[in-house]
Ligand binder design. Sequence first.
Ligand code: 3PG
Length: 209
Amino acid sequence: MTSPMDSVLQGSRILPVLTVPDPATAHLLAEALASGGARCAEVTFRTVGAEQVLETMAAHDALTVGAGTVLTREQVDRAVAAGARFVVSPGYAEEVVARCRELEVPVVPGVATATELMRALRAGCHTVKLFPAEPLGGLRTLRALAAPFPQAGFIPTGGIQDSHLASYLADPAVVAVGGSWMATATLLERGDYAEIRRLTAEAVDRSTP
Ligand code: 3PG
């Protein structure tokens, strides 16, 4: 089944999740991710400068940038105005999904249970974020949750490290894998863009058949 997220991911199976402390560094981060081979990225609404980061990163030709940690209708509007091409939420919020539909922006709600997944599917969201994937039980939980819902595609996120990547990506229910391991808080704080680029390239390499 095709999903509006297909045009966002364009075959990429890695979704870097970014919480950027200093918006003035966003162009350096965009360049590090893009030169590492990333094609999309999620900027979380967890910092005061998130909109500025989105704006800067969305201007990079090679990246499709979306907003993460979107919890309200108002945040959807702010994200889209700043250039977000998709919206991700840690959970399922009716108002977020409804507003994204109105604006025709792909939305990926978070689910952690079969009930939440049923609600998302009923609303027409066939690509969902399994969050927080690792604390929930990782691949074992994902497989159990995916079994009754073959129409769902998952972007597991939360606690995922490079070492988990291959096993998640080998599962047919997994559309892409999200996480901050390529641009951790420590690397961003240190401004270590060479290492962010290296980790991104490694992830992209592992995710390319
Ligand atoms: C998110 O918002 O998607 C998560 O915080 C990312 O999880 P991670 O930092 O454990 O990768």
